[in-house]
Write a protein of this length. Sequence first.
Length: 120
Amino acid sequence: MAKRVLICDDAAFMRMMIKDILTKNGYEIAAEAENGVKAVEKYNETKPDLVMMDITMPEMDGIQALKKIKESDASANIIMCSAMGQQAMVIESIQSGARDFIVKPFNQDRVLEAVKKAVG
Ligand SMILES: [Mg+2]
């Protein structure tokens, strides 16, 4: 069965780009979220196999959303999507239970490598 992924990013073009890479490679999109509050809601609604989580988002950032999701589901698989210069936030995310991180701008190989490592 295809693994289901929740895509969280406030930029529609980033969501589209991730969605495109994943659907072309046999993954299914569980839902999309444009801020951290929605990310937590959609996670609870859809219980995806994996979350791709942007760090900088309005309402609630990706780190807070990661912490909330991990609080309610310790087994959640979350990959952080960071921009250059966010090393401190990446470290905080990993310490808070993120599986991995990828740095924007993305390349398809790096996205797939991280996704495969996390959920196969
Ligand atoms: Mg963002």
